[in-house]
Design a protein around this ligand. Structure first.
Ligand code: TXA
Ligand code: MG
Length: 329
């Protein structure tokens, strides 16, 4: 794929969605909004389209892709088996931000699954993603529409910043309502195993399937490379505070650093830093998080101090993203 390719940014109106569907059927790539983050979609059953996704993202081939389908009844075209517990999770959370790892169907190219025997599948709820899938009538492999190891995009402008020149068409559907990625659960183990915390919480999953293994897989077992720390990081160094972070911010400013502060409106006023006040409510926090980090990156600061978030189970996915984002290398 040539980096000189022109990228069109089109509002996600019916005619543009139709055109996007035709491009996808011809094995071209299209970036589109989902309820979590923007995806970089390609024909999941076409090896060349799948390879083009990896090239466009500079994604290492060892990191498998999520396949998006229009309807739960389409799962048989990409998965070889549909355990009863998967059916129950799908009945409760699809369409929505839950990805199920299942035994792969023979017609899914090995490139999608990084050569492995399993495939990750989800039915997105976003109306644009739904219309696109219904129009294209093919399953779409779609990782987040950012270059490898960059922050996930939650607006079409974030996609353009990272992928302009690498994809022919970006459908602009405004801000993603969810703001962080889907929860990924491996349904091929017993009990099912959480591979990536996300918008569907551990408690919500346990309410439906009972037992869930939430221990991280051993690092030798590269089952879900999205767990690795280089993902989900802004370019700017991030420091996690154990409180609002006021003292750290003041100290860093005194040291002459350009500081960004991701905090809350009830934190004290500190002069000489770039500050963004986050909502206290969980779903609003998720929806605002990546946009705030993208903004800090644009300000080209020396570091971002992040006020502590609640230490409760429902905030697991947010803590996961903040912890990975603050780990270098
Ligand atoms: O919310 C989302 O999931 C977004 C939107 C676009 O759907 N997609 C997304 O894709 O976050 P990506 O490629 O950035 O992350 C996919 C995650 C990675 O952690 C990957 O390792 C894991 O899913 N994954 C994919 N296939 C897998 C498989 N067969 N087994 C285990 N993990 C898998
Ligand atoms: Mg990603």
């Amino acid at each position: 794929m040539s980096e000189a390719m022109a990228t069109e940014l089109a509002p996600a109106q019916p005619a543009a969605i139709q055109r996007a569907a035709e491009l996808l059927r011809k094995n071209s790539l299209v970036a589109f909004p989902t309820e979590t983050v923007y995806g970089l979609g390609g024909h999941a059953l076409d090896e060349s389209a799948v390879r083009a996704i990896f090239t466009a993202k500079d994604r290492p081939p060892g990191n498998p892709l999520i396949v998006h389908i229009a309807d739960p009844s389409d799962v048989g075209s990409v998965a070889a088996d549909w355990p009863e517990s998967a059916a129950r999770l799908a009945a409760r959370f699809w369409p929505g931000p839950l990805t199920l790892v299942l035994p792969k169907h023979a017609q899914v190219p090995a490139a999608v699954t990084a050569g492995g025997p399993t495939v990750a599948v989800r039915v997105p709820a976003h109306p644009v993603a739904q219309q696109l899938l219904q129009c294209a009538r093919i399953p779409l492999a779609a990782p987040s529409a950012n270059r490898a190891s960059e922050l996930s995009p939650t607006t079409a402008q974030h996609v353009m910043k990272s992928m302009s020149g690498r994809v022919p068409l970006v459908l602009d559907g405004g801000k993603c309502p969810g703001g962080i990625e889907s929860t990924v659960v491996d349904m091929t183990t017993n009990p099912p195993r959480l591979l990536r915390p996300g918008l569907i919480s551990i408690v919500q999953l346990q309410e439906v399937i009972g037992e869930l293994d939430t221990t991280a897989p051993p690092t030798s077992e590269v089952r879900s490379p999205g767990r690795s720390n280089r993902h989900y990081a802004p370019k700017t160094q991030m420091i996690l505070a154990t409180d609002h972070g006021t003292m750290i911010v003041q100290d860093l400013i005194l040291m002459g650093m350009k500081v960004g502060w991701l905090t809350y409106s009830d934190a004290p006023q500190v002069d000489g830093c770039r500050r963004q006040d986050m909502p206290q409510e969980l779903s609003e926090y998720c929806a605002a998080l990546y946009a705030a980090l993208h903004q800090f990156d644009e300000w080209r600061l020396d570091c971002i101090v992040v006020a502590a978030v609640p230490d409760t189970p429902d905030w697991t996915a947010v803590r996961d993203r903040l912890e990975r984002g603050s780990t270098r290398g």
